[in-house]
Design a protein around this ligand. Structure first.
Ligand code: SAM
Length: 274
């Protein structure tokens, strides 16, 4: 009889988040497929678990996937873990689960923390409907194109980002999506855990002054319905309101263009015309 693949969630920082069931599973399986065996060895040592491991990551997934499948078919049980959080979520595992499903291998999940859901829960933004975007493409044009596609999204959007790319990503978001609420969840469950609930423009200012460190999840508010359906005339009214408040026309047109997705030049010239 074939064995079972257990998809095991591990802590995203605080080892006390390791579940009793996750520990039992790691103790009971025949072997562990780990994204980085050195990282998982530290986790196993902490909990005094001794278990054979093989490495399974994005660069060896095809070859190691076949090995794992054949061991499962011969009756061994395997647990897949990654460096932190839930396997398969911006982490290795998806291909292995699919391979097992295609070959009739039993798969079970041992749920654990995920940075995305943890950040969403703390975000203070709408949690009733959301989408997970994971890492944006670091290449400038591809990232911009993707953000353009996401601009009309009304649901809350969750991104992962590395600290050294954070400022560029925030700037690209602001340029393409306009002003939005954003929650930056940093180092969740760790000593320097921090949740910053702010706007895109303020976040840019903040992290340009103080270079970001640690792991980040960005939770961005979806487009608000009224912004999505705003007419040109209504947008002109917004420009007028800002100008009346003393804002220079070019800045007012730029801000409203960002907010509404309309063209700055058109708002500017129409405003002068009327
Ligand atoms: N599979 C993992 C999960 O379920 O959360 C995510 C793995 S992904 C390769 C790593 C990214 O998750 C990091 O770059 C960061 O964006 C986010 N992340 C992981 N741990 C985090 C933490 N403790 N606090 C904030 N973000 C974290």
């Amino acid at each position: 009889m074939s064995g079972t693949l257990y998809v095991v969630g591990t802590p995203i920082g605080n080892l006390e988040d390791m579940s009793v069931r996750a520990l039992k599973t790691l103790e009971q399986v025949d072997f562990i497929a780990a994204e980085d065996t050195r990282v998982t060895l530290k986790l196993l040592n902490h909990f005094e678990i001794k278990k054979p491991m093989i490495s399974y990551h994005e660069h060896n997934a095809r070859e190691k996937g076949a090995d794992i499948l054949s061991r499962l078919q011969s009756g061994e049980n395997c647990a897949i873990v990654t460096d932190a959080g839930m396997p398969c979520i911006s982490d290795p595992g998806e291909d292995l689960v699919r391979l097992c499903a295609e070959n009739g291998i039993d798969t079970k999940v041992i749920p654990g923390p995920s940075a995305a859901i943890s950040a969403l829960a703390l975000s203070g933004l709408s949690t009733s409907k959301f989408v997970f975007e994971g890492f944006l493409n670091p290449q400038k044009n591809a990232r911009r194109d993707r953000l353009e596609q996401l601009k009309p999204e009304t649901r809350t959007i969750i991104f992962y980002e590395a600290p050294h790319k954070l400022c560029d990503t925030l700037k690209a978001m602001y340029e393409v999506m306009g002003e939005r609420k954003i929650t930056l969840a940093r180092e969740l469950t760790k000593i320097y855990e921090e949740v910053v609930r702010t706007t895109l423009s303020e976040a840019i200012e903040r992290y340009e002054q103080k270079p970001p460190k640690g792991e980040f999840v960005l939770v961005v508010e979806g487009i608000q319905q009224e912004e999505q359906s705003i007419s040109f005339e209504q947008a002109l009214e917004l420009v007028r309101a800002l100008v009346d408040k003393g804002e220079p026309l070019s800045k007012a047109a730029k801000d409203v263009a960002r907010q509404t997705g309309l063209k700055k030049g058109e708002l500017y010239s129409k405003f002068l015309e009327v």
